[in-house]
Design a protein around this ligand. Structure first.
Ligand code: SF4
Ligand code: F3S
Length: 106
């Protein structure tokens, strides 16, 4: 399964959404997650993300492994997003800032 990690927070470019053949992405206020129950492991989304926020589960950096649970949890409560939208207005400023989990809005 593929997992969205910290660098998506406060950016939410949404380029990932358009390439996903299985509507796996669920949208919150400032982050997207992948539903592990619908992801078909095609890997198409990985290259699309300008923030390089998507990893295959086994490739996750150690400090991002808690995002496995977070994607599964939030996919249960957030709605599916099936078309890309506009990135958050301050996406450029927040990309690669690190320590963004504290800003996650639910
Ligand atoms: Fe969608 Fe494929 Fe990415 Fe899974 S790996 S979220 S199916 S684009
Ligand atoms: Fe987030 Fe990257 Fe998609 S920033 S919304 S995972 S394109």
């Amino acid at each position: 399964t593929f997992v969205v990690t910290e660098n998506c927070i406060r950016c939410k470019y949404t380029d990932c959404v358009d390439v996903c053949p299985a509507d796996c992405f669920h949208e919150g206020p400032n982050f997207l997650v992948i539903n592990p129950e619908t992801c078909i492991d095609c890997s198409l989304c990985v290259q699309e993300c300008p923030a390089d926020a998507i990893y295959e589960e086994s490739d996750l950096p150690d400090d991002q492994r808690h995002f496995i649970e977070l994607n599964a949890e939030l996919a249960q409560v957030w709605p599916v997003i099936s078309e890309a939208g506009t990135p958050l207005p301050e996406a450029e400023q927040w990309i690669d800032q690190g320590e963004k989990l504290q800003f996650l809005e639910r």
